[in-house]
Design a protein around this ligand. Structure first.
Ligand code: FES
Length: 286
């Protein structure tokens, strides 16, 4: 789908967690073509008169109703401004941008792993996967019970497993520690969250093939090599990651969002935000 600039009308806005908001917009042009992992660039105002665009993962998109939702944290004046937009007002949105997650047609069991606001990056994939008849387990990590994404905002079909740093809900520890229980079940895994979490998952995924004996679906790792950044490279990868990165232009021009890939610099806004874990040079990631 081609990128469009649309006037998205706010239809609902609510705080779902401390400092975290879920907003729904009527934007049929975006809702009908967006795929999980993609994002929009929203023009926000603020009280100083400065106008900037900010990237937001597309949290859900419903082609039938024309509604997309954005889940974000208030981190500065632009996002504060967003929380004060009234229902009926329109925001200028550019999208959908970036490359989406790619699910192998043969994958039946999808493991989604999210840390904190990283839920926004994988949330839509749960809808897509369930629509396509797949089983989905979501592993979610947060600092404490007060920051756990509400299960009521996930589809009923999802198995939802929580880890908290302080043990106040679910597993006491990091969400990455839950991976071992699911790596044999999962055909593919899709993650979004802080870089240390993604780095740990990438290391676990790299060791999985040896632990499992053979690649579970029998063809990963063999055959021709797919070009870095290609949909095929992502589709064949056990682990795909959606990188959270500060962005400037969001259209590939400013180089403000680069991460180091194994073949050189990658623009998160253009070559990503979704990458096969093997495409990233993790030792360069803090
Ligand atoms: S944000 Fe400008 S190149 Fe990615």
């Amino acid at each position: 789908m081609t990128m469009r600039l649309v006037a998205a009308e706010l239809v609902d806005s609510r705080q779902i967690l401390p400092g975290q908001w879920l907003q729904s917009f009527h934007a049929p042009e975006l809702a009908s073509g967006a795929r999980a992992g993609q994002f929009v660039h929203v023009r926000t105002g603020d009280y100083s008169g400065l106008v900037l665009r900010r990237p937001f993962s597309i949290n859900t998109a419903d082609a039938a109703t024309g509604i997309i939702t954005l889940h974000f944290r208030t981190v500065g004046r632009g996002t504060e401004w967003m929380t004060r937009v009234r229902e009926g007002e329109k925001l200028d949105m550019l999208g959908p941008l970036g490359r989406p997650f790619e699910v192998d047609p043969r994958s039946h069991h999808l493991l989604l792993i999210a840390g904190g606001l990283g839920m926004a990056g994988v949330r839509m994939l749960a809808d897509e996967a369930i629509r396509d008849g797949r089983s989905v387990t979501v592993l979610f990590g947060a600092a404490n019970a007060g920051h756990v994404y509400p299960s009521s905002l996930l589809p009923d079909e999802v198995e939802y497993v929580v880890a908290t740093d302080d043990g106040s809900m679910g597993h006491h520890g990091f969400v990455t520690e839950l991976m071992a229980d699911y790596e044999a079940w999962a055909d593919q895994a899709f993650a979004c969250g802080p870089h240390p979490m993604l780095k740990r998952l990438a290391a676990l995924a790299a060791g999985r093939r040896e632990r499992m004996g053979v690649a579970k679906l029998g063809r990963r790792g063999g055959g021709k090599t797919d070009a870095t950044g290609s949909a095929a490279a992502r589709r064949k990868s056990f682990l795909q990651v959606a990188m959270e990165q500060t962005m400037g232009c969001a259209v590939g021009a400013c180089l403000g969002c680069t991460v180091i890939g194994v073949d050189g610099p990658l623009r998160v806004c253009r070559e990503g935000p979704v990458f096969a874990a093997e495409e990233i040079s993790w030792e360069a990631i803090q």
